[in-house]
Design a protein around this ligand. Sequence first.
Ligand code: FAD
Length: 473
Amino acid sequence: MRRTVVIIGSGAAGLFCADGLVTRGDVDVILLEAGADAGTPPPDWLRRDLATPDDADWGLVDADTGRPLLRGRITGGCTSTNSAAALRGQPWCFDEWDIDGWRWDDVAPAFAALETDLQFGDRPGHGSTGPIPITRLSFGPVDTAFAQWAGERGHEWVEDQNAPGMLGVGHWPTNTRPGAVRYGVHEALLPRLRPHLRANTTAKRLLFDGTRCVGVETDTGTISADHVIVCAGSVESPALLLRSGIGPAADLAEAGIPLVHDAPEVGANLQDHPWTVLQIRATDPAAPALRPVNGVLLRYEILGDDRVEVHLYPHQAQPYLPDADAADVFLGLGLMRAISRGSVRLAPDGTTEVHLNHLGDPQDAKAFDLLLDDAQAALDALGDVLVPPDNPWWQDRNQLPDHLESYGHLVGTCRMGTDPGAVVDPTLTVAGVTGVSIADASIMPASPRANTMLTSMMIGLRGAALVADHLSE
Ligand SMILES: Cc1cc2nc3c(=O)[nH]c(=O)nc-3n(C[C@H](O)[C@H](O)[C@H](O)COP(=O)(O)OP(=O)(O)OC[C@H]3O[C@@H](n4cnc5c(N)ncnc54)[C@H](O)[C@@H]3O)c2cc1C
């Protein structure tokens, strides 16, 4: 019997999930996307720029600070608006999840399957036939000087940052091709998925008969489904569950939403990588443009406990801030192992409310302070290449909260696990109901100490197989 599967969200995970199911040929797939279809080839802003147009973004803010929280609202989701850093998580990140079927040895084949690594595709653990091209770009003068400083400070040179367990300085892996800043799903997956795609269609809530999901209410009508896969990302996936009556019973009662299943952890456990940039200038005004972004990356552990990993890397400011001078450089600082937890909730008016709680835990604040020390050491040593402004804000650490942003790596709001509190089980089935799965960044129990696009794609790819197995039971 043919089944109808509705997938909500055409982002990093949703596209891989849809592709896996469409390729099987025995289910009818309907792929919903709230934003527009960017098209193939995508427009110049998507391929060449890193500043996102307002209509391709959800327009969210961190409810506690009021600072913008970018989230892509377009085919490709955040992959269409991100920086095209294509970094895998560390093996121990997945082993720490401690879930059968999701340890490093289980997920590594999916990372290889989704890539064509242009330098290392023929090496064990890499792939040469997947849809996402991954490459490493030549360094510009700023990258070279930064890499030399990192080496002199004792950091190992890393040839391949995507080899398991690497820490040190090397090239950013990036999903880029000549002539494009980002290259990925629009070229590789969307052409064959377009017949299934309904863009500009927002899922409002899941429809239930008792605890069995029977379809989706959208802003353009209702769609019946045998199975629904929620791939709306770490903000909208929990929000959609809450609007559908799956969430903390007391909160739903207060919001006047009929309860389908009491799931206290929906929207809890939000994790992100706190991030900031130090805006400086290159002494050679032509230097930053020679490798604007995705040149050099330094990743290392700044606190031994909990393997607290950090990122430090320079890039040109202009791709993100079109009004910046060509000589302006951002030194990026990311805390890749944060233990603070935020949340996604529904505001009293029913809109989605995000609380990031960056550096809420003292360990995170301490790690970020040490990272700022290291960034200052880099600037002190690189005075011939990079000059800070007069009286930079980072000389007064009290100003950090005003400059702290999201690295864009939100995960964990529909946590996978085997315990009673988990929102989905290891087959990605939502607990307490039937006919609904979640396959996106929200299911990660903990963040992978890396940028989260590849891990989200891995989840989508594996999610297709898990749902297919479930449907054939
Ligand atoms: C500014 C920014 C920069 C980033 N940089 C990088 C980077 O360089 N490298 C990296 O690895 N990671 C990066 N990330 C993170 C990475 O892009 C995300 O982790 C990844 O895209 C998450 O995949 P996802 O499928 O869970 O969600 P998304 O990719 O966000 O996809 C969710 C999709 O669902 C749609 N949707 C949501 N709600 C609904 C609804 N109700 N109805 C229909 N459709 C809906 C959205 O519009 C979106 O298209 C960045 C993120 C941001 C925001």
